[in-house]
Design a protein around this ligand. Sequence first.
Ligand code: SF4
Ligand code: SF4
Length: 96
Amino acid sequence: MNMSMPKISNCEVTDCSYNSNKKCHAMAITIGDSSCAMCDTFARMNKKGGNPAIIAGVGACKSDNCKFNDALECTASNVIVGMHSNHADCKTFAAR
Ligand code: SF4
Ligand code: SF4
């Protein structure tokens, strides 16, 4: 397994507290729930979060049905996050 943490190369969810200029500045995000590859770290709050000097990585992913998922970790080289049905999803998701 590739053990380096894949970065979020782009996130179009600009109303998330961790987003600025379409970059995610959390330390790491968690992706996935039982039904879709949702960004569980998404937060819509009245303050900015994260560190502008950091580009977030995927710390964990629960979307076991994605071909990039290995032992509930992401092995993609990087991922893109965007909107899907009013929530933030991993757009790099690819079904096995
Ligand atoms: S990847 Fe998730 S936590 Fe990061 S800016 Fe996008 S929606 Fe927010
Ligand atoms: S590419 Fe697949 S394994 Fe990686 S974060 Fe997205 S859904 Fe999870």
